[in-house]
Design a protein around this ligand. Sequence first.
Ligand code: ADP
Ligand code: MG
Length: 623
Amino acid sequence: MPVTSSIIDPIVGIDLGTTNSLVAFCDDAGPRILMDDAGHALLPSVVRFVEGAAAVVGHEARAHAVEYPVDTVYSAKRFMGRGFAEQGASIGGLPFAVVDGPRGLAAFAVGGAVVTPQEVAAHVLRALKAVAERRLEVEVRRAVITVPAYFDDAQRQATRDAARLAGIEAVRIVNEPTAAALAYGIGASERRRTSSETIVVYDFGGGTFDVSVLQLVPGGPDDGEFFQVLSAAGDTRLGGDDIDDAIIALVTGEIRAAFGTELEFPPAARQALRNFAERAKMTLSSAESATLEVSLGVDRNYRRVLGRAEFETIIAPLVDRTIAACRRAMRDAGAPEIDRVVLVGGSTRIPAVRSAVAAFFGREPYAALDPDQVVALGAAVQAAVLSGARRDLLLVDVVPLSLGIETVGGAVAKLVMRNASIPTRATEMFSTSVDGQVNVGIHVLQGERELVADCRSIARFDLRGIPPMPAGIPQIEVEFMVDANGILSVTAAERRSGRRATVQVIPTYGLTAADVDRMEADSFTHARDDMQRHRVVDLVATSRLDLKWICDALARVRDELDPAYLQSLESAIMSLKGHIAAAEHDARAVDANAFYQAKEALDRVSVRMHEVAITRSLRGESA
Ligand code: ADP
Ligand code: MG
């Protein structure tokens, strides 16, 4: 999307993470991540310092960390504004040297120099600034930057200093959980900020776990803090890295058992193991199993399949620790009634983590936004509020455009109509269109028009594992639920098997008030045309089903029909097939009435054949 030239001196939102950092910007269409030229949303918070060379930041630094173990700094955020005595000694196992820096603060001895955590962060911020400038095509000098809720004044100040070093003014330092809530529109709409809502933000990242209980301050000022932190708990030594370590421990243990206990794993081998352990972990977030394969030279090939159930057993102790922290946070907050739970951090993509959170809090957590982007998106929302650019945003108390799903032939079945007040809920039954279909794709659409091509696609997901049944027999209930924050959950469930699948989306993301007006106006302009097309699409679907039944029966009883009748039946079939073919070529050019009549004619003429078929099957049964 081209950016309008009206952006002057923008304020971007930055998530300066322990593992990954991101930059986002919010305009009328809502917040969006600004990607680098290669299309990456995430910038690894990794910097390589080699004497006499420019610092290398991000993907490149991370990819070659193995080759430069002592000069590649990562996890620098853990040291921001911390004393060497306090922090340096306690973090072991880092390949680079942590030293006593200026003013007793922790620093790093890398590339032949002493580098402070602020300087490392400044390199990351500079890289993000460059990405933002490329995407927005203007100079970027101001940002809202997020920090963990538990950061003290010194750590917040260190973050500001890092920004200044990078040529960025940190117009505000915002708590990460607050940003996550803002990204979901919680607290961002003046109108809805009337009651006090209590939310839990569960943030499971790469190296740290944080859980915060926040309370929305009713009637809080538009540019001030919207939330009060009731409690924060967590574990600064618990993250996705520990999950990778658990897989590495499994693999190295088994390799030693198979090929000799004396086997050593040099740093390069460990890094390779780490990369592939992380890949396997990510695979298991969407697939049921992942293959672990390591070649250790001739005749030494290690290969095994890691199933999801086994993976879940391995990580259960880690997940339990996060839940224990949730329990502490809840207790410290005075065990309040919780209105929502928001998921943040890449590690919350793991299904077992999601279900543990859902079980503990007794509710489905918010997951409509990408968990590793949500903090940056929220920082951008806060930035827009501060720059006064947020007026036109679509934070509404009604559904601005109708919501529905794709049905056979590219038509849209609407479940929630525009202007329905939220929260709202609707269900409808659907079935399959092909015999033995075991997977059904659900395509969620937004808009007023009748056909998929003219609506806005907002989500797709699959309902899998339906037992094979003839077309039309499975009963698939699709439920749409839009909650008070405008977040849509779509659930599809097949009745007999109990199979379910669900997706969450925020339908107003990426939509401006002008878009809504245009889509509404379009629906009036095209109303007649659309209705005709929808009718034709429906006729194609029902005619196909009719033809299938008729042709199946005809194949069985053909020899019993008299030739004249057979001829009239076949010509009715040909005529209907002709209409279907024409409709598929161009639905607009078809005369729906003539089509309908052809379908009716076939229905009438086929009655006799059905009678013969039924008589025959009765004969067959009694024989
Ligand atoms: P941080 O906030 O610490 O900078 P992130 O929120 O970016 O970290 O989370 C990074 C962690 O998320 C890494 O450990 C990474 O392996 C993990 N992660 C990312 N995607 C997935 C996934 N699909 N399944 C499981 N873990 C994931
Ligand atoms: Mg994070």
